[in-house]
Write a protein that binds this ligand. Structure first.
Ligand code: MG
Length: 409
């Protein structure tokens, strides 16, 4: 097992003034704070188990809050007398599963982003403890009991610690058990145990969105943030790709087969096999149309590019159907709570002729993306025999994608 997630939700959470409900069960945007806090972890492909530490008296509230995904959660663990004790109990409950890493997250942080989770996980590959942090914006004052300022504290080098904090599982479990055995229950976060033991903890950038709900004002602000996130806003991404015909770099007059009467090979464009005089070269099936469209979707998400998600030197993608890449981009849109509303691809080549295959291409893309064909466009043009496409050395493809994404960031 790779990465387990522990959500600390055992607090009484009464300061946020959510009526009779503890703050982790307060409703924000039609969902409990706890449900929002754990959803991004369930959507993370590296997370193999999620467990919530609850207050035994909150059992009914817990079941109500996580009803939608209770079957994807480990059974809840009853917390202890304070946060540190509760986390230790949670870690001990996870121990039989033998996770390599654990992310420990506060249920009162419902706006944790996939970016923060990804940065913590990436840093865990090279160190034992990771904390996401945000810089301090305010000047810090030391104040006497009468409310008068004693001094201005420098804020250089000071950061606010967020969660999830990530750890190598055996280390954080051992430290929690050692602290309990020694009667130390004064650690306010989990990274503090590594600091106590003289172990290195590294920081990664957190997110200004990843705030903690403590007071009634925090809860009101969280509700506003959830409202903003419920409004979908359009994002547009573009993509461009080129694949060359085999054999490489040969001008058409030196490549007799380019003028051959019938196709002897197959090229794949927008998911459709087309007989042609020579195949396109590439690590995968060299479908420039789907590659450009995959990049357009990733661009709309601001989520890297196709080469980052599917490295061309990875043997898994050798000869792969490019619909795999497109499907993954669509999955990433869905994971962000988004919706694809329109895609447009332009293929640039002298040959093969695209028109006879255009309907099949639209159908293929619509099928992979789960869209109506009216939302999928495929066009073709030539470059009037100019340039590499004009010399029939390769095919270029342009794409754009329009995606509706939750706002609020
Ligand atoms: Mg490509």
């Amino acid at each position: 097992m790779d990465t387990a997630v522990l959500i600390a939700a055992a607090g009484t959470g009464s300061r946020a003034g959510a009526g009779s409900r503890p703050k982790q069960y307060a409703d924000i945007g039609g969902e409990a704070v706890l449900a929002r806090a754990l959803r991004p972890f369930l959507e993370c492909p590296h997370v193999t188990a999620v467990q919530v530490i609850i207050n035994q008296e909150h059992d009914t509230l817990y079941r109500e809050a996580v009803a939608r995904f209770e079957n994807r959660l480990l059974p809840p663990v009853a917390g202890g007398g304070n946060r540190q004790d509760s986390v230790r109990r949670g870690l001990e409950a996870l121990a039989p599963l033998g996770p390599r890493h654990v992310l420990i997250h506060d249920a009162a942080r419902p706006f944790v982003t996939s970016g923060v989770i990804g940065r913590v996980l990436a840093a865990l590959e090279r160190c034992q403890g990771v904390v996401p942090v945000e810089p301090l914006a305010d000047t810090l004052k030391q104040v006497d009991p009468g409310g008068r300022i004693l001094a201005t504290a420098g804020r250089t080098g000071l950061f606010r610690a967020q969660t999830p904090q990530g750890f190598h599982f055996p280390l954080i479990l051992a430290l929690h058990q050692r602290a309990a055995n020694e009667g130390r229950f004064d650690f306010t976060d989990d990274a503090a145990l590594l600091e106590w033991a003289g172990q290195e903890v590294v920081t990664v950038p957190g997110s200004p969105l990843n705030t903690k709900i403590t007071t009634a004002e925090d809860l009101a602000a969280a509700r506003q943030q959830a409202e903003r996130a419920a409004v979908l806003e359009p994002r547009t991404g573009t993509g461009f790709d080129v694949h060359r015909f085999a054999p490489t770099g040969t001008a058409p007059e030196k490549r007799p087969e380019a003028r051959g009467p019938s196709g002897t090979a197959t090229v794949f464009l927008c998911g459709v096999p087309i007989p042609h005089v020579s195949p396109l070269e590439g690590h995968s099936d060299a479908d420039a149309g789907l590659h450009a469209l995959t990049d357009a979707l990733l661009g709309a998400l601001g989520d890297g590019d196709i080469g980052e998600h599917f490295p061309p030197n990875d043997p898994r993608w050798k000869g792969a159907a490019s619909s795999i890449f497109l499907a993954e981009a669509a999955r990433r849109v869905a994971a962000r709570g988004g919706r694809i509303v329109h895609t447009d691809v332009t293929l640039i080549c002298e040959a093969p002729k695209i028109a006879p295959y255009r309907a099949a291409m639209r159908a293929a893309i619509a099928s992979v993306l789960g869209l109506s064909e009216s939302r999928v466009s495929v066009k073709a043009t030539t470059t009037e025999t100019l340039g590499f496409t004009g010399r029939r050395e390769g095919i270029a493809a342009l794409a754009s994608a329009t995606v509706l994404l939750p706002g609020g960031d």
